[in-house]
Design a protein around this ligand. Structure first.
Ligand SMILES: *[C@@H]1O[C@H](CO)[C@@H](O)[C@H](O)[C@H]1NC(C)=O
Ligand SMILES: *[C@@H]1O[C@H](CO)[C@@H](O)[C@H](O)[C@H]1NC(C)=O
Ligand SMILES: *[C@@H]1O[C@H](CO)[C@@H](O)[C@H](O)[C@H]1NC(C)=O
Length: 300
């Protein structure tokens, strides 16, 4: 009697786990996984088995319990039909000319990270009804999220760039930011947006303060770039002109300077020589000349 009950219970357990296995197996098998990049458009594909004409049919796209898109015999959300989730308003299109081929795909424009998740595409009036699942993963891109309403920056200060001092042949510049969280990375870029290397980065007070120092040898407009990859955030400092005299400029300036000094020295030497020559040779002659004239005058 007891043995029989145990066997029954075991059978029940076995059949339950079998059910569970087949269920998860099926839902996984039916699911398509798609990847999109933030701000791009993505088509979520869906066609019922048999691909019958859908123009006089009903299909419903949902994300969990949110209404993404519904088409019902020519009426749909983009034509004033009520019920669409606010979040998807004006962002979802279907393909009218594709319906006759059994194509119920939709396009979501300007995808956001929050679009990630599992979508279902359902044909409740087909016999038997059909339902498909699509998993969408939206990867974020690095951009300025200071004013992002969807994903607010917790602590995203704007970095500042300053010129510290002139060091022979260049300038020591510094980028700094206070209290950036999650942990920031810092770079210094030139006007062509090329990262300057090498740089020295220090993180005093446990990373709450980040300082970058670099030595630049080219006159150019520079800016600091701070990246907080944990929140896909990137922000630039204002652009600053770092006035480094270029090698060519320096050569020219030095050349001019030496040239001017050289010419001045040569002219000075010449003038001195002329003056000296005049004094040593001219004066005695003048003297004897005048004295002889004087004597001549006296004698007359
Ligand atoms: C459904 O239509 C879209 C948009 O034209 C297209 O990209 C997609 O390939 C079509 N799917 C099928 C199965 O034909
Ligand atoms: C964020 O808003 C401020 C103030 O309205 C504005 O000055 C700034 O340019 C905005 N930043 C971005 C990246 O849109
Ligand atoms: C970076 O730090 C090292 C050691 O403190 C120093 O020798 C080097 O000059 C620094 N470089 C810059 C670009 O500041």
């Amino acid at each position: 009697m007891i043995k029989r009950q145990i066997t029954a219970a075991m059978e029940l357990l076995l059949s339950m786990s079998f059910c569970l296995l087949t269920f998860t197996g099926k839902s996984l098998g039916d699911e398509i996984e798609l990847f999109a990049t933030e701000d791009s458009d993505i088509i979520l594909p869906c066609s019922p088995i048999g691909k019958e004409d859908l123009t006089q049919q009903l299909f419903d796209w949902k994300k969990n319990d949110k209404e993404v898109f519904l088409y019902d015999k020519g009426k749909h959300y983009n034509e004033g039909k009520m019920g669409q989730n606010e979040y998807f308003k004006n962002r979802v299109e279907f393909f009218q000319d594709q319906l006759q081929f059994g194509n119920a795909s939709i396009r979501i424009s300007k995808t956001k990270q929050d679009d990630s998740g599992i979508y279902s595409c359902e044909f409740p009036n087909l016999q038997p009804e059909q339902k498909f699942y699509i998993k969408l993963v939206v990867d974020c891109i690095l951009k300025d999220r200071t004013n992002d309403t969807e994903r607010k920056c917790g602590s995203c200060p704007k970095p500042s760039l300053s010129i510290l001092k002139e060091v022979n042949g260049g300038m020591l510049v510094q980028c700094e930011a206070h209290g950036a969280y999650p942990e920031p990375k810092m770079e210094l870029h030139d006007s062509a947006d090329v990262s300057i290397v090498p740089v020295n980065i220090t993180n005093p007070s446990n990373g709450k303060y980040i300082i970058l120092q670099a030595f630049v040898t080219k006159r150019d407009e520079y800016h600091c770039v701070m990246k907080q990859e944990g929140i896909c955030h990137q922000i630039y400092s204002t652009r600053t002109l770092v006035p480094v005299a270029s090698g060519y400029d320096k050569g020219l300036i030095h050349g001019l300077l030496y040239g001017v000094i050289g010419v001045a020295v040569v002219v000075g030497v010449l003038l001195y020589f002329l003056w000296w020559h005049r004094r040593s040779s001219g004066k005695p002659y003048d003297k004897t000349n005048t004295s002889s004239v004087d004597e001549a005058l006296k004698s007359t």
